[in-house]
Write a protein that binds this ligand. Sequence first.
Ligand code: BGC
Length: 862
Amino acid sequence: MQPLPPSPVHFEHLTDGLGIGTGTPRLSWTPAAGSGDQHAYEVEIERPGHTHRTGRVSGADHVLVAWPAEPLTSRERAVVRVRTWSESDDEPSAWSEPGTVEAGLLAPTDWSAVPVGAAWDEDPAAERRPARVRKHFRADDRPIARARLYITAHGLYEAEINGTRVGDEALAPGWTVYPHRLRYRTHDVTALLAPGANTIGAWLGDGWYRGTYGFDGGTRNIYGTDQSLIAQLEITHTDGTTTVIATDHTWQAAVGPILTSGLYEGEVFDARLDDPHWATPAASPDGWTPVRAGTRNPGALVAPQGPPVRCTEEIPPGTITRTPDGRHLLDFGQNLVGRLRVTADGPVGTTLTFRHAEVLQDDELATRPLREAHSTDTLVLPGGGPYVWEPRFTLHGFRYAEITGWPGDLDPQDVTARVYHTDMRRTGWFECSDPMVNRLHENVLWSMRGNFVDIPTDCPQRDERLGWTGDIQVFAPTASFLYDCVGMLDSWLTDVGLEQLPDGTIPWYVPVIPGEPMWTPIRPGAAWGDVATLTPWALYQRFGDLELLRRHYPMGRAWVDLVEKLAGPDRLWDTGFQLGDWLDPAAPPEDPAAGRTDRYLVATAYYAHSTRHLARAARELGDTGDAARYDTLAEEITTAFRRRYVRADGRLTSDSPTAYALALAFDLLDAGRRQTAGDRLAALVDQDDARIATGFVGTPLICDALTDTGHLDTAYRLLLQTQCPSWLYPVTMGATTIWERWDSLRPDGTLNPGGMTSFNHYALGAVADWLHRVVGGIEVVAPGARTLAFRPRPGGGITWARTRYETPHGTASLFWETTPDGMKAEITVPPNCTALVELPGRQPSRLATGTHTLGPTASSEK
Ligand code: BGC
């Protein structure tokens, strides 16, 4: 029988190859499960006019394999298949299913579209009513072979052709450093066009481009004052000729039913003004006036590297209660990020108001944590029957919603919470015998979903929602196990590089917007700035993309070089502003940076860690000069750390859990002192009765530091503690996401009075990485998951765990269970992957690709 085919080829880090931004997309596939290791492959590329085959190429490569043919030109399409040989086969596998790739507009000269928007007078200092733009046009009589829409905006857009929405993405084009990079997307719109008369139109919103957002009531017009569409519809006829309809001065603009719209604000929509035919040839011309055409450097228009934001789930209300004054209070049972879709029926002019919140206090929405984000949507009904509506250019973080003005009783079927985030492919799962730990893991997952909205944000609900660098720095290892987030984070890291200051300073949050005095002017800070070195490395470990490491390497080097200057010859970074172990539970509410750990100890520890990672990256990239230089520097920093922060008796100058966790997890102590430090850490944890005493910096590291020094039991005690502060305390309080503070909701049920009280912040959820590696037992030990360790370390009374991880090579999984005779395990090793296995009570061994059952007494292989 012919061996099974590998998976279809995919291109770069995209699931959809349409509109790709390179002429030489790298190819990835996974060998068929159970097919054995791949030893050779052949790629076939079929493109207009000819078919190219590589012939049999020896090797195990199947992740990000270089494009093996002439580069694609703009708009060129190719169909790619692959077949593989495994060791045992002289016969190749069947060909994979074809994968299709199509280049986007690769050269600035491909663009004729210019930004078009309202020509009427707008007061840039005031709230402005969003516009819609459109154009009627005739499609040529020649039959259409294909049509593509290349589209983006200054602001946000939602396009329609002949009354049908184009695509399903939300908040397009997302948020990048717009002057340098504005992403366009490519849509196949062939099926939307009709012979003869056609209309293309777009709704526009302010979004991040000119909307009001940020600190202290927000800033408007951060990137510009216009709100414009940039679109190029290219129709290719069967005879090979093309018709191009691009945004230009011939388009028209008018206001629509959206009266106001803001990311934080919410949307006001007057459905009495809604004409469903506005983007069809039958639309009324009333109120439409010529657009103002602007300019835009087409060189800054880039194709996306990851998936768009989409609705990924719909959640019905769990309970609906009625307040004495007639409002409806809805509980969706899950803190989420998205918006409501309603079907409402009432007399013309009926006004419905929707407010959102993450928590209740005294049976009312608690909106104080939202600060100045109003998160309120308003719908004015048109009358005449049920009206379906969802706001377009806003998102809210909420579990509860309040509806005022709903006519009559609310049928649960008429309201749905729609969940939105970057539509990444799920790759990691974890479950164990302890339901509370499972809920904790579920909460981490939901906080990732809520904050991976085009960029990785700190929180999704209050007047902030920024790409805080420290938060994702600590969370990236967890994130890159749970979801294929490499395309999205690679794109964001490009923006981090663009926003890096000339001296190497990494901003606190990216994209940069005006901040409070604490954040402006921008100063370098440890743990946050280290995103420049540590996050490209974390992604490289999981996804094996050496080019990504190469592209971001200069950013990391500039960061380390800056810190080297700041630290000076004594190699101690002990000056300047630092956030330290942010949100240590012992820090006073008014100064979350003032925890029990010396902030300069944190800074020097990170300096050493980043420098070591930079050396590692240099080695992977073949830069032996840099590797040696940064290795030496890392050694010097480590020595300086020991001299300055380790006392003669082996204790650290900050006798705090975070200090020991850092020193151990970052390997800063000499071998003789490690055990003393581990024992001291365990003693401190015990002293506190295994309640958490760490903030953003210590929390992701403490369980590893305990595990690696023989204190696994203490790590489990920390994990399983339910008293505040602890990971499970929020679970006991009904949390469905990870909170910003250990006590965002206090044991007496009241809100933490601090100005930052988010209920959806993934940073402290970084412990899930330890769950996957230590409790679940699957760990990546060589870049690109080429080597995996299957090494569960059970404890805490947990009797089984089931972990699955879709690696670039295919599925890895581990199920273990303790039995009276020892541990029983079932392990699946993906092809082309070295698997080291270490089960308690058994000799370490290696396993070949395939599924293996390892009993306490007998072993077998499937
Ligand atoms: C954000 C954080 C961030 C921190 C930095 C907060 O306002 O929500 O998560 O990392 O500021 O100090």
